[in-house]
Write a protein that binds this ligand. Structure first.
Ligand code: CUA
Length: 155
């Protein structure tokens, strides 16, 4: 069977577009870290409260100007829900979700993470400016999603 010239051209363009979008998606996933969480530490989402370190959520001083915040996200709150650290602190967030996918976005910083049940999300940030940083869930998680927020106080 012989294809018409025009069909051939469109076939090539079609395949080209598919190939190009695969390259773009692949590039975003691997080079820019936009892929869904994978290779992260896992946790049994049914046993969050019994699993270290989530059996003891809170703010822990782990060094000079260095803190670890062990946080559980759930519909529709953050535990702990008030965080306060001194100016200049580097905070290492270790997070998981108890139920559905939540977001962890901190206004005024680059923090914007997805927190998925069954996975441990780690993210670090140095807070050089004093203030109240608004923390928002930016993944739709149910009827209370709009109300799911907290603050990080840096002073
Ligand atoms: Cu949690 Cu939206």
């Amino acid at each position: 069977m012989k294809l018409h010239r025009a069909e051939e051209i469109w076939l090539i363009i079609g395949i080209g577009i598919i190939a190009l979008s695969m390259v773009i998606t692949g590039y975003q996933a691997f080079a820019q870290g936009m892929a869904p969480p994978s290779g992260m530490e896992t946790i049994d989402p049914q046993k969050v409260d019994q699993t270290t370190p989530f059996d003891n959520p809170g703010i822990f001083e782990i060094g000079e100007n260095e803190y670890e915040v062990v946080m559980i996200l759930q519909a529709f709150s953050f535990t702990p829900n008030e965080i306060e650290v001194p100016v200049g602190s580097t905070v290492h967030f270790t997070m998981t979700s108890r139920d559905v996918v939540h977001g962890f976005q901190v206004a005024g910083t680059n923090i914007n993470a997805m927190v998925t049940p069954g996975h441990i999300q780690k993210i670090s940030q140095t807070f050089d400016k004093p203030g109240e940083y608004l923390v928002l869930c930016n993944e739709y998680c149910g009827v209370g999603h709009q109300m799911m927020s907290t603050t990080i106080t840096v002073k």
